[in-house]
Design a protein around this ligand. Structure first.
Ligand code: KDG
Length: 315
């Protein structure tokens, strides 16, 4: 059936085994990450169809990414490019603070073009999901995002946007007008407080309710301010909803936002209301931080009750 369609760049990921300066790391674990494919996997795990569109290099990391997407039942619409698949390294500087280094300039993923999005794929989607990362990767990816957005709107397909500001890719002042353009085209908008402030060019005293209201004025009917361990504040068709975070032992917070979005969108695609979407999102987001890696911890439907389990051993 019509499910989630998303496009962007997925990267190989190396995470240091040890906490400390990366220059001293003795071992690293190889995996993959990418905000859009993280969301696609999260949605697929919850039993909703998901498609990821992007370019990968003709290299082993490209193979690794295709293999994982296939294993996760995410339909991958991939073009193999002569440039290498991008990589990122994560230094675990302290038990909870991580530092990301990208090796993505000139990568295969940054060569994404509007023509990489086949006719009909966006038009038949249940939701088109975009992030503010892709437009930061270059002219081609920015054009691909704009074109996908235009096509979705023309076909009456709801668009979901997660602003996902990445300071290593562009300056806040450059991102701001692009974020507002994405927000204006979205039906569902997700942002961290900091990202909302960047989009709206507001100072850091503006609280989540005000941020949600100001973002809703740009157009989206469903605005969700993701506040990490503080939960989320949503403005859904004019109604303010506060969602508490589900308390967990945090191991790796990267990917939590994507898991949150996946939980919400999977519910909305299954015809559930925003309230249930938000409750599910709080659970999927919490589960993501309990495990190293971006998407590995994404729950299956029967695992959504795991965090409330009374018994430590389930048998
Ligand atoms: O949301 C997690 C992503 O940031 C990570 O997987 C890598 O997509 C990524 C990016 O560009 O930062």
């Amino acid at each position: 059936g019509p499910g989630l369609v998303t496009l962007g760049e997925t990267l190989g990921l190396l995470v240091a085994d040890d906490v400390g300066p990366l220059s001293l790391a003795r071992g690293m674990r190889l995996s993959m990450g990418g905000a859009e494919s993280n969301v696609a996997i999260g949605v697929s795990r919850l039993g909703v169809a998901a498609t990821w569109i992007g370019r990968l290099g003709r290299d082993p990391i490209g193979d690794l990414i295709e293999r994982n997407l296939l294993a996760e039942r995410v339909r991958a619409v991939v073009r193999r490019d002569d440039a290498p698949t991008a990589m990122m390294l994560r230094e675990r500087r302290t038990g909870s603070v991580q530092n990301v280094t990208y090796y993505r300039h000139g990568s295969a993923g940054s060569h994404l073009q509007p023509a990489d999005v086949p006719a009909g794929i966006v038009e038949d989607a249940g939701v088109l999901h975009l992030t503010g990362i892709t437009p930061a990767l270059g002219e081609g990816p920015a054009a691909a995002v704009r074109e996908a957005l235009r096509r979705a709107r023309a076909a009456g397909v709801p668009v979901s946007v997660d602003l996902n500001y990445r300071s290593r890719l562009w300056a806040a002042a450059t991102a701001a007008p692009v974020f507002r353009e994405l927000a204006a085209g979205a039906e569902m908008l997700f942002a961290g407080d900091d990202e909302a402030r960047i989009a709206l060019e507001l100072d850091d005293r503006t609280g989540p309710e005000k941020l949600a209201a100001a973002l809703a004025e740009l157009g989206p009917r469903e605005v969700v301010i993701k506040r990490g361990r503080h939960g989320a504040t949503a403005l859904i068709d004019g109604e303010l909803i506060d969602v508490p975070a589900v308390p967990v032992q945090a191991v790796d917070s990267v990917g939590a936002g994507d898991a949150f979005v996946a939980g919400y969108l999977a519910c909305r695609l299954a015809g559930r209301d925003p309230d249930e979407g938000l409750r599910t999102a709080a659970v999927t987001g919490a589960l993501a931080v309990t495990v190293p890696g971006d998407w590995e911890a994404s729950p299956r439907p029967h695992e959504l009750t795991l965090l409330g389990a009374e018994d430590d051993v389930q048998r």
